[in-house]
Design a protein. Structure first.
Length: 171
């Protein structure tokens, strides 16, 4: 693979947010960089699957959005998940439009993200029609705990499906 950046990737990436958006980008801006993670998949029967993984976050679209890549397990092993999220701040709603897509597993979803105290809360729906709640908790400059939950309807209890314990590897 060439180490030269393609014109597409050069046009997609950005060094940071534009001045008119900088104050709104902090909710997710701290994630910019690379992370390694330990992943736990909570199965319906109570068992747990565990993997290592990696995720990378960057400024895109002239710094008006943040895009990431989540990979499980860490490369170069064959992937069981290889997806991307696009996060775009919308001043009209005071929140973030979140679009997730994992073409490897045919999974996608849409959410709205906002701060909730010290955490980040994302609520929406996935490609199976389930309600989703994704949370970034225990946030520090160099670590976070991501919790993914789902439920079929508003009257059902949330069920934890995935957790990622991430540690920063570079900014």
């Amino acid at each position: 693979m060439s180490t030269r950046i393609s014109p597409f990737l050069a046009a997609l990436g950005s060094d940071g947010p534009p001045a008119d958006r900088a104050k709104d980008m902090g909710l997710y801006g701290w994630l910019i960089g690379s992370w390694e993670m330990d992943t736990v998949h909570h199965l319906d029967d109570g068992r747990k699957q565990k993997w290592d993984g990696e995720c990378h976050f960057g400024w895109v679209l002239e710094g008006r959005a943040i895009q990431d890549i989540w990979i499980r397990p860490k490369r170069p092993a064959p992937s069981t998940m290889y997806g991307t999220t696009l996060r775009v701040f919308d001043p009209a709603i005071g929140g973030w439009h979140i679009i997730w897509n994992d073409p490897l597993n045919g999974d996608h979803g849409r959410q709205i993200g906002r701060a909730e105290g010290e955490d980040i809360l994302q609520l929406g729906n996935d490609s199976r029609g389930l309600k989703t709640r994704w949370r970034f908790t225990e946030i520090t400059a160099d670590s976070f705990h991501w919790i993914g939950e789902e439920r079929p309807s508003e009257s059902d209890a949330w069920r934890v499906t995935y957790e990622h314990l991430a540690r920063r590897t570079s900014k």
